[in-house]
Design a protein around this ligand. Structure first.
Ligand code: ATP
Ligand code: MG
Length: 231
């Protein structure tokens, strides 16, 4: 996967990952998006607003101990206002958020160009995801800024059902999905992203989902200022 945005976009694209539930894959996607964008030569800032857990920050520290891996700096902030105070020099700002909704979640969403919502595929997961999507729209966020990522998939049939469920509620999930696999967890333990596991098939699955996130970013850049090229 190769992405080029050049010479530089006027403002950084701000992408946040939010969700109503804990453990759905927010930090997983935040870290992977930061890695693939950096590998595509974007200047990336990974901001961790989950001040309690700081999953992305701790992962970044683990990652920094491996010479083989491209460094991804992550910084923790307690408010989105502070987090976005200095984003100069970045092409892409990725914001990881806490596992519960709060007024701050909507502030983060409003401050973001794109919002990724990871969700599981059971109706217990899809129902709150859909409610959150509706609420974001009601608060003025247009549908083209909202991206649903199907994560922690256990069964292809359930994934098909989840896609149908979301489409009937008016949302088309991103192409690609993330299966539930031990290899992803092991990668995280070693400071790696889900695109950097030791199993090619897992990396391929993760890369397909990441490619659709990158396409969204490029579409946004194209719509904003047209200064881009992609391969
Ligand atoms: N597809 C997957 N397969 C296996 N393990 C996964 C997968 N996605 C995430 N995990 C693991 O599940 C745990 C929770 O994932 P993650 O930290 O991304 O969730 P989160 O939404 O950020 O959680 P929180 O709401 O607590 O911040 C992590 O240990 C992560 O490595
Ligand atoms: Mg998290």
């Amino acid at each position: 996967m190769n992405v080029l945005i050049g010479p530089s976009i006027a403002m950084p694209v701000v992408l946040s990952i939010i969700g109503q539930k804990g453990g759905v894959g927010k930090s997983t996607l935040a870290r992977a998006i930061a890695v693939v964008a950096a590998q595509g030569n974007l200047r990336v800032k990974l901001l961790d607003l989950d001040i309690g857990q700081q999953t992305s920050v701790r992962w970044s520290t683990t990652r920094a101990t491996s010479r083989a891996l491209r460094t991804i700096d992550a910084e923790a902030f307690s408010s989105v206002a502070d987090a976005l105070k200095d984003t100069s020099g970045a092409d892409l700002v990725v914001i990881d958020t806490p596992g519960h909704l709060s007024p701050e979640t909507f502030e983060i969403a409003r401050a973001s160009d794109l919002i990724v919502l990871p969700t599981g595929t059971s109706s217990d997961d899809l129902h709150p995801t859909t409610l959150l999507l509706y609420e974001l729209e009601q608060r003025g966020l247009s549908k083209d800024r909202l991206c649903v990522a199907l994560c922690r998939i256990l069964d292809a049939k359930e994934e098909r059902w989840a896609r149908h469920y979301l489409e009937t509620t008016g949302y088309k999930p991103l192409t690609g999905s993330l299966p539930e696999r031990l290899g992803y967890r092991r990668a995280h333990n070693r400071g790696r992203a889900i695109t950097e596991t030791s199993e090619a098939s897992l990396n391929e699955r993760a890369n397909e989902l990441m490619a659709s996130v990158l396409r969204k970013i490029l579409q946004h850049v194209r719509a904003s200022n047209g200064v881009y090229s992609a391969h």
